[in-house]
Design a protein around this ligand. Structure first.
Ligand code: CAA
Length: 378
């Protein structure tokens, strides 16, 4: 198998690389200081990146899924924050509406999400239900022409910044996962309380907040799909979303590897570049092998998805491996940089902090093992 991109994909990759260098690199310090990259997302909207896979009919660029993964990969090499904001906005913020919404919902929401005027978010996790997602306590009670939504969500990426939230709540707790329903919630809805901003180890500049829904009135027309279909909507979109997070992890891994190679060639100890010391050379060899293997898994999952084939197992494998590789490589990159690597003067300490969460969100590595083994034993 060979990775071979089309002319169109290569042009898009060059465009994203240029954009990342000219627009994102100068913004990194501001993100590290906590600033959300709203202006960058607006510019990405102008370039068509916020609706990269959305149909032209709804204002999107209608590019193939692999192009989207190339974009996340390249953006994340420069900023894992921009990578995750785009991944969540697209995979789990916009796509549930595209795949499960009716025509009115698509016409109302997708064009503004695709242009970058609106940002999307996904609200599944709760304080007491993370990996066991269907054990959620949020409740939506049907009244005449609306639902009354009550509950709390936690660790919501893009929370507070997003204009549109895909929210999961139980409409029939007696049915377990089959009683979960999905709703499209506007930021302006009375009863949406934006809570604590998490102070995170990494991904500074990406907002992660708690949300509370207090007697929120959700119009019945904002039910996404059918009542009771919500858990499947969440799982199906996470299957695809995990390829985006795998691409983010790949971007971090590759950035850390390239930084380590460049430094190891330039830094001299014992009269020669440290790259020429076997201990360092072997580390670089391991890093390069992990990057290559992660790349193959990520783009294999992407190409399956692009061809409209099942990709749940491959998405989980890609995320599991790319996330582990990003962490391993970032640890070793700091080691190659030695004392300098432990300072904020070099980017490897940022890669180290940013890599960790790829093993946690959109399903922990342990959950990816569960998903993969369920597929194997089907
Ligand atoms: N697609 C469609 N339907 C699916 C599915 C899939 N991939 N996986 C499961 N289902 C369906 C099953 O068919 C089943 O339906 P029926 O009852 O009709 O048969 C139903 O869902 C329940 O399935 P399971 O019994 O397998 O579900 P479970 O309760 O054992 O949970 C799990 C499975 C894989 C552990 C799931 O809970 C899970 O993925 N947990 C992790 C949650 C997660 O990834 N959270 C991420 C939050 S979003 C985020 O992190 C974004 C961000 O900030 C970056």
């Amino acid at each position: 198998m060979q990775l071979k991109f089309t002319e169109e994909q290569l042009m898009m990759r060059n465009m994203v690389r240029d954009f990342a260098q000219t627009e994102i690199t100068p913004f990194i310090d501001r993100m590290e200081a906590g600033e959300f990259p709203r202006d960058i997302m607006k510019k990405m909207g102008e370039l068509g990146l916020m609706g990269i896979t959305s149909p032209e009919k709804y204002g999107g660029a209608e590019m193939d899924f692999t192009s989207y993964i190339i974009a996340i990969h390249e953006l994340s090499k420069v900023s894992a924050v921009v990578g995750v904001v785009l991944s969540v906005h697209t995979s789990v913020g916009t796509n549930p509406i595209l795949y499960f919404g009716n025509e009115e919902q698509k016409t109302k929401y997708v064009p503004k999400l695709a242009s970058g005027e609106w940002l999307g978010a996904f609200c599944l996790t709760e304080p007491s239900s993370g990996s066991d997602a269907s054990a959620m306590k949020s409740r939506a009670v049907k009244k005449a022409d609306h639902y009354v939504l009550n509950g709390s969500k936690i660790f919501i990426t893009n929370g507070g910044e997003a204009d549109v939230y895909i929210v999961f709540a139980s409409t029939d707790p007696s049915q377990g996962s089959r009683g979960v329903s999905a709703f499209i919630v506007d930021k302006s809805s009375p009863g949406l309380i934006i809570g604590k901003d998490e102070e995170k180890m990494g991904l500074h500049g990406s907002r992660t907040v708690q949300l509370t829904f207090e007697d929120m009135i959700v119009p019945a027309e904002n039910l996404l799909g059918e009542e009771g279909e919500g858990f499947k909507i969440a799982m199906a979109n996470l299957d695809v979303g995990r390829i985006g997070i795998a691409a983010q992890a790949l971007g971090i891994a590759e950035a850390a590897y390239e930084a380590a190679v460049a430094y190891a060639k330039e830094r001299e100890q014992f009269g020669k570049p440290i790259a020429a010391q076997q201990g360092v050379g072997f580390k670089l060899a391991d890093m390069a092998t992990k990057v290559e293997a992660a790349k193959l898994l990520v783009y294999k999952a992407a190409s399956l998805r692009a061809a409209g084939k099942d990709c749940g197992k491959e998405a989980s494998m890609a995320k599991l491996f790319a996330a582990q590789s990003a962490m391993d490589i970032a640890i070793e990159a700091v080691q190659v940089f030695g004392g300098y690597g432990y300072t904020e003067d070099y980017p490897v300490e940022r890669y180290f902090r940013d890599a960790k969460v790829t093993q946690i969100y959109e399903g922990t590595s342990e959950i990816q093992h569960i998903v993969i083994s369920k597929h194997l034993l089907k």
